[in-house]
Structures are given as C-alpha cells and as structure tokens.
Design a protein around this ligand. Sequence first.
Ligand code: PLP
Length: 440
Amino acid sequence: MSSNALFYLTSNDMPLVSHADGIYIWDTTGRRYIDACSGAITCNVGHNHPTVKRAMVEQLDKVAFSYRTQFESQVALDLAARLVDLTDGEIDKVFFVGSGSEAVESAIKLAVQYFVAKGQPERCKFVSLRPSYHGSTIGALGLTGYEPLEAPYRSITLGSVKVPSPDLYRYQEASAEEHIASVLEQTESAILAAGPETIAAVALEPVGGASTGGRMVTRAYMEGVRALCDRYGCLLVMDEVLSGMGRTGAWFAYQHFGVVPDIIALAKGLGSGYYPIAAMMARQELVDEVSRSGGFMHGHTYAGNPLACATGLAVIDVMDSERLVSNAAEQGTYLRQQLDQLAQKYDCIGNVRGVGLLQGVELVQDKARKQPFPASFNAFDKLTALAKARGLLIYPRRSLNGLEGDHVLITPPLTVTASDIDDIIALLDDSLAAFEQASL
Ligand code: PLP
C-alpha cells in the first residue's frame, strides 16, 4: 500500500492531526498548537464545541440527508430565515451550497440568468479586483485575480475585467482619498471600455483574506462601486466567504460600510469547519425574475441537506449565546494593538491591517521603502514554519502579484480571550525574532 496516496499532500513532514479543543489542536505525537488562524479562517466557534456537536448528533439521529426536490427540511427553512435576519432583511433569499467556490459560482450563474430573464443576455461579463481570491472552480477562478492560479487555466476560464484593488499601504497618490478616487476612476474606465451594457456584476471581497492579507476597502470606495453598479445597471456581488459570519466584528463585513450588495457569497464560518455548508444570498427581485423564467438552472446534490443546516443553525446559536460577534470586535481591537506593537519592534513588518479578528501582517525586507522580500526567500513559509515549530498556527500567503510583500493572517477563533491573544503574541514575537535572525 502506498504510504502517501494523497494527491494534495505538499510536505512529507506534515504532522498527523489527533484532536482539538477550543483554540487548541494537537498532533499524534502529543504536540499542542494554538490555532491562531482557525484552520483556513474557518473554525469561528472554536474546536470541539459541545453545542455544535450535540446538534449534529441530534440531527444525525433524525435524518442526515434528504434531497431538496423531494423534501424541504425545517432546519434549512430556519437557517435561511436566520441568515436573512442577520442582514437586517436587506437580502431576502438564501441558496445553500457546500463550499465558498460553489457560493461564488452560484452568484455568477444567478447574475447571468437574471439578465437573460430580463432580456439582456449580453450582460455576461464580470468585473473583479486584482489581487483577489474568489475560489478554485472554473467560474470562481475566472473572477480570481491571482496570476499563478489563473495561468494554467486561462484557456478555459471566462476571465473577468480586472481592476485595481484599493491599497492603502502602497498607494502613490497624495492621500488615501485621492487613491480611492483614482481606483474608482480606473474601475469606471474599465467598465466603459468593456461596454457597460455587457457587464453583469462587479464582484469584490470587502476585506481581503487569503488574497491581500486583510487589505480593507473604505466606505467611500464601497459607495463609489455601488454608484457605478447603479449607474451602469449591473449587480454588486460581495464575496463574504471568509469575511462573513462575524469574523470582522459585524455579521457581514459589508455592514461596516453601509452599502448593501445584490448578492452575497458566504461560507467558511457558516459551518465553522464542522460540516461543509455555504450559501449564496440574493435580493428578492433577482430570485423573482429568475423564478418567472422557469427557475434557477443550477443546484448541487448536497445543497441544504439537514445535517449541514443543523450545523449552521447550531453555529449561529453559539455565536449568539456567547456574543461572539462583539467579542470579535473587542478582541480584534486588542489583537490589533498588540500586532501594531510588534510592528514597532520588528523591521520585517511593513504593515498591519484588517478589522476585527481578521488581521493581516505584511512582511517586507526594507521597511522604509516598503520593499518585499524576494519571492525566492519564501518569507510567508519561513515565518509560518518558525511559528509552527513554536506551537503557533498562522495562515501564510505568498504575495499575489510580486509587488506587495508576502503576508500572514492572524485570525483566531472568535471565542478567543485577551489572555489567549497574549499567548499568541508571545509566540509570534519569538517567531519574528527568529525570522529576522534568519533573514539577516
Ligand atoms: N472566496 C474567498 C474570499 C475565499 O477566501 C475563498 C477561500 O479561501 C473562496 C472564495 C473559496 O472557498 P472554498 O475554498 O470553500 O471553495
């Protein structure tokens, strides 16, 4: 028997996972790690939560799977209603899927079918940002602005009109306001060049995660993009796969900006890693239009299955009863203060950015010139390995465009306490000292 039949295994010295509890995860040698990145920014309610486990087992005792064209399930109805409530009723309808990529894929297809139903089939192009990450399936990859991921598949992805993502760290203009105005101008020019009547939607991450390491947009930017969508008659798709479900200190990151999208893609924190569940949420009018034209021509086998929905409901119950959204805001502020202090101490930290418990740290070789380490130095990998050797898990990302530095994300479960953050910071401090030593 092959000792390594896993296609995706990238390293032979990967520890075997044993068990987990709260913010901790252990390997089979008994080593304990602090999960300061919630796996892949997923395990929002922490590991081994009794409420979630109980709800899952109770659902398993009733029915794990039923197919959506044969039965509706109360848990699916309840979870959809809860999600709509979390948008304060600004978004009316929920379509369940199994992953973030599927949620984005569903958003793409809903937007296209909506315009076909409205008699505007020419509206089939999308505008998205560079850098950005929207998933790995062919449609979602078409929106993604990450050169190494796009390159092998360029011949089979639809692609999108790529526009710059706001960069409040490296902008060249005289002020952040001027930078945002310039990015919006470039976005408008790209829409005009592509033909506004051909654009179905603009898709963006309100706060970059794996793509830009916590880079934020601003209220003026969000308002500007919404205005462009309204002016040219296209939709605004908010990719909240990573930023949604309380991670940023609001249920959805778009709520920080007072701008309402037409479609939301939601995943990771919804099942909190206990079971794959994701959702595409949309305004009533879109769903009505598509329904009149014969229904949404799209769907997946596992969509809205009872076990997935029971998991999502239990996660929201935990978030509510433990006040995890406000904890994310509160502890996020504390985490940010501590990271800012590390940035004062270490020259290799060029920038700390993000909101709530979605904080990114950009690594640079020359702080004054904001110059990244050479790609061959693999700064993201080096710091992550040094942290892991000290029992701290952080989320690494290579620079998506070579112009900005590699970064790491510090995104602990939303259950984190101030004393947990002190432990995280102490280990990160030690790792950064070793990193600077290694990079001399
Ligand atoms: N969109 C964003 C913003 C993401 O961060 C991710 C995953 O990291 C995806 C989409 C794709 O989600 P999944 O990996 O569940 O397919």
